[in-house]
Design a protein around this ligand. Structure first.
Ligand code: HEC
Length: 143
């Protein structure tokens, strides 16, 4: 007697077939569904695009007083200042170059920009030479 002729035998065979098909379907889905999932070679999101000088200025609180957009806050904006002439409180003018920025950071009251209250603290002993160079590079980039 052939047991598959019995109704219960057919049921068991149908069940086993379904189980095998389900297993293959699952394995196919896990393996990526034949390329329908997101490409695994997509570029990872970069950790940060912030220039080093911007990061230092941000952590030192420079942006509390200086914008990079042209907006005047407590101090002059850094946008486009590199290479420009600024008028100082004594009426003289100075070109914003590396030496001027360095002096402004280390000794802010040496040259006070006209129209601003000299409230900037000195960063002498706080910022290293490399830190200031990075900030200068960053200010240069804000054209
Ligand atoms: C409490 C506010 C304040 C903070 C914080 C501050 N500044 Fe200033 N800064 C000013 C003011 C006000 C002026 C304009 C008066 C003067 O020349 O001192 C100025 C001027 C400057 C100038 C000259 C700008 C120009 O247009 O001639 C530079 C460069 C500068 N700051 C850099 C920095 C850097 C770099 C930092 C952070 C490490 C910083 N400042 C933090 C208030 C601030």
């Amino acid at each position: 007697m052939d047991w598959s002729d019995l109704p219960i035998g057919r049921l068991i065979i149908a069940f086993l077939l379904a189980a095998v098909i389900a297993t293959f379907a699952l394995a196919f889905a896990i393996s990526g569904g034949g390329g329908t999932s997101a490409p695994s070679g997509a570029p990872a999101t970069p950790a940060t695009l912030e220039p080093p000088g911007a990061r230092i200025a941000r952590t030192q609180g420079c942006f509390t007083c200086h914008s990079t957009t042209g907006e005047r806050i407590v101090g002059p904006s850094w946008k486009g200042i590199f290479g420009q002439q600024v008028t100082l409180s004594d009426g003289s003018t100075v070109t914003v170059d590396e030496a001027y920025i360095r002096e402004s950071v280390l000794n802010p009251t040496a040259k006070v920009v006209e129209g601003f209250t000299p409230v900037m603290p000195s960063f002498q002993g706080i910022l290293s030479d490399q830190d200031i160079t990075a900030i200068i590079d960053y200010i240069k980039s804000l054209q």
